[in-house]
Design a protein around this ligand. Structure first.
Ligand code: GLU
Length: 278
């Protein structure tokens, strides 16, 4: 089986050293295994994604010395794939409409894949109540019905291999840590977890290599793979780089971007070495 991995950034900002580390880690793993390295643009959120950031992803990764296969999958061009997956879940009663507003629900895992999950548990409204809200044109998200989902699969069989730690382990997913995750956002029509599992399967990804801030997301993603009868890749969650202040690099912290480093005269080989790659 050919080893296939991917780097899957969202074009919501410029790439920083943390992204470079992640991309280099995945790329080096593909090379070592004689496998394939894919770039995927996770741009379902049209309100936050920008063409200039997407162009910069290509430029910055090329500057770093990476190459990837084309065409590059851009999630915004494949909404029908995610809608089909959602329809399969809906048809089996595995998803319900959630009309709660963001004020009512502080967390929104569909928007922000990083950080600790907060388990929201809800339930479908009574049909008459739902019909009223629909008639009023109230927007809604589709959420996974965790209870129905856990009854539809063998929870003990939700295992996955994690190779990111000291030694490889087989873990059993605990999807309850994610709760009734959003499958399709009100504004976008799909959400992070669903798009990722659909894409990883469609692209034949055998190894998901990404930062450990997404380790928790694996638990619900493993459940979705079982529900949609998709293969489960091997996971390698790598450590997160920390900056000089001891905090992890993050877009919102205005971490120094790769383009700033480039403009300041950093050589890509020097950055690769600094990050532990030759
Ligand atoms: N698009 C996600 C991000 O920006 C990564 C998704 C993944 O690797 O599963 O961090």
């Amino acid at each position: 089986m050919t080893f296939v991995t991917r780097f899957a950034p969202s074009p919501t900002g410029y790439l920083h050293k943390g992204h470079a580390f992640s991309a280099l880690t995945a790329h080096a793993a593909a090379r070592a295994a004689g496998g394939r390295f894919l770039l995927r643009i996770e741009d379902i959120d049209a309100t936050r994604c920008r063409p200039r950031f997407e162009a910069a992803i290509h430029e910055d990764l090329a500057w770093l010395g990476l190459g990837w296969e084309t065409p590059v999958r851009r999630q915004s061009q494949h909404m029908a794939d995610y809608e089909a997956a959602l329809a399969r879940l809906r048809d089996r009663g595995l998803a319900y409409r959630c009309f709660r507003t963001r004020k009512e629900i502080a967390e929104d895992i569909g928007r922000a894949p990083h950080g600790p999950m907060e388990a929201f548990r809800g339930r479908p409204l009574a049909p008459s109540e739902e019909a009223d809200l629909l008639a009023q044109g109230r927007p809604f998200a589709w959420r996974l019905s965790l209870d129905v989902a856990l009854a539809a699969v063998d929870p003990a069989g939700l295992t996955f291999r994690e190779e990111g730690g000291e030694r490889p382990v087989t873990l059993t997913a605990r999807p309850e840590i994610g709760g009734d995750v959003v499958l399709a956002r009100k504004d976008v029509g799909v959400a992070y977890h669903l798009a990722v599992v659909v894409d990883d399967a469609l692209q034949g990804v055998t190894h998901v290599i990404r930062g450990e801030d997404l380790a928790e997301a694996t638990h619900v993603q493993r459940l979705l793979q079982a529900l949609l009868e998709l293969p489960t890749p091997v996971y390698r969650h790598h450590r997160l780089l920390v900056g000089p202040d001891g905090r992890r690099y993050a877009k919102r912290d205005k971490a120094q971007t790769l383009r700033e480093l480039r403009e300041a005269g950093t050589a890509p080989a020097a950055l690769r070495r600094e990050l532990g790659f030759d």
